[in-house]
Design a protein around this ligand. Structure first.
Ligand SMILES: [Zn+2]
Ligand SMILES: [Zn+2]
Length: 135
């Protein structure tokens, strides 16, 4: 069964399509992922079978690797949005969940590096949920 999901960056320069299923979905709370995303955690999908097709803007993709580490990110040079990347020499596709425009297909597998979470990242399920912007 083929399962295709489309995605794009915020400015629309980079567009892609992913063909195949994801195997895991991790919410990483490590310090590097918090810096990288500017948020509480990264939300990355992983697949060893899915293939990515770049539909536009491939020349606008830049990447950064933290020296002497495995932490790497790909992003649009115009808008800075996180983008998919191939890692482990092509063996694994990593896709930031927020870059997708269609359904992800799986639930998050786990919170990881949870011991490194931000000090405010605690009992978030207890706070108000507002459907739009606050007054
Ligand atoms: Zn962009
Ligand atoms: Zn991390």
């Amino acid at each position: 069964m083929s399962q295709k999901t489309a995605g794009a960056c915020l400015c629309g320069t980079v567009r892609f399509e992913i063909d195949g299923a994801f195997e895991s979905f991790f919410l990483c709370h490590c310090r590097r992922c918090r810096k990288d995303t500017g948020s509480a955690h990264a939300a990355n999908l992983f697949s060893t079978v899915a293939r990515i097709t770049w539909l536009s803007g491939r020349e606008s993709i830049k990447s950064y690797r933290v020296p002497a580490s495995r932490h790497e990110k790909s992003f649009c040079e115009r808008c800075g949005s996180a983008l998919p990347r191939v890692q482990a020499g092509g063996a694994s596709l990593v896709v930031p969940a927020g870059s997708l425009d269609g359904p992800v297909g799986i639930r998050p597998s786990a919170h990881i590096c949870f011991a490194e979470r931000a000090e405010w990242d605690e009992r978030l399920e207890d706070i108000s949920r507002i459907d739009g912007l606050p007054d």
